[in-house]
Design a protein around this ligand. Structure first.
Ligand code: MN3
Length: 248
């Protein structure tokens, strides 16, 4: 698996500037080379799996440019900075690092939690979104959502309420737990459910950078729009993989 990363977060204004400088130095133009990875370091910014305007009108192209090329890129850069001098860490995937924070040297633990979490969360998130998304899950995921939440509509209501209720910056998740249950949870900042032993199946970024240009303070409207672009085929695949991994 290719290592993936990104960043955001603590002092992201500075992070954006750093990222822009590095992109320029590497000779990349973000308009002509969407998603081009900043040079240097083991972790790379994955390209967006669609055009910047693919999610219009639900998520605008300008937001996608900033979110992917600046915020995510900044997480990756800061993660690379954090693991410089730790080749033993740099050989591991960012998901592995985030899932085992306790195994990390104390001096890098917070940076991996924030910047590595930012990378892992966004790399997980982009493929969840699709222009042809929306609708509802099918198959195993649909069956298990019905069993645990009553119906897809009830799940959607609870999930949207959780997302709207995140205080400050964070994420709302549907996760798969070791006990075989799906659950709705939220995390602050860039904390990942992986750090608590649960596998993300669905996520929505509720940092203001994810929606403020278009929706301003209307986060519930953004979350409602999100459900129009969820790629349930992909999400169902994530769920199937998580269940399978539990049995191996
Ligand atoms: Mn974000």
């Amino acid at each position: 698996m290719n290592r993936r990363s990104f960043l955001h977060g603590v002092g992201y204004t500075a992070g954006v500037s750093l990222s822009a400088v590095i992109l320029d130095r590497a000779g990349f133009s973000q308009s002509s080379r969407p998603g081009a990875a900043p040079a240097g370091g083991p972790y790379k910014l994955p390209p967006l799996p669609y055009a910047y305007d693919a999610l219009e009108p639900y998520i605008d192209a300008e937001t996608m440019h900033l979110h992917h090329d600046k915020h995510h890129a900044s997480y990756v850069e800061h993660l690379n900075t954090a693991v410089a001098g730790h080749p033993d860490l740099a050989s591991r995937t960012v998901e592995d690092l985030v899932a085992h924070l306790d195994s990390l040297p104390e001096e890098v633990r917070t940076a991996v939690r924030n910047q590595g979490g930012g990378d892992a969360n966004h790399s997980f998130w982009w493929p969840i979104l699709s222009k042809s998304g929306g609708d509802e899950p099918s198959g195993d995921l649909a069956k298990d959502i019905d069993a645990q939440f009553g119906s897809f509509t009830r799940f959607q209501e609870q999930y949207s309420k959780a997302a709207a209720g995140v205080f400050g910056s964070g994420w709302a998740w549907l996760t798969f737990a070791p006990d075989g249950k799906l659950q709705i949870e939220t995390s602050a900042n860039q904390d990942s459910p992986l750090s608590s032993g649960r596998t993300p199946v669905l996520g929505v970024d509720v940092w203001e950078h994810a929606y403020y240009l278009k929706y301003q303070n209307r986060r519930p409207e953004y979350v409602a729009a999100f459900f129009h672009i969820v790629n349930w085929d992909f999400v169902s695949g994530q769920y199937a993989a998580a269940k399978k991994a539990q049995h191996t």
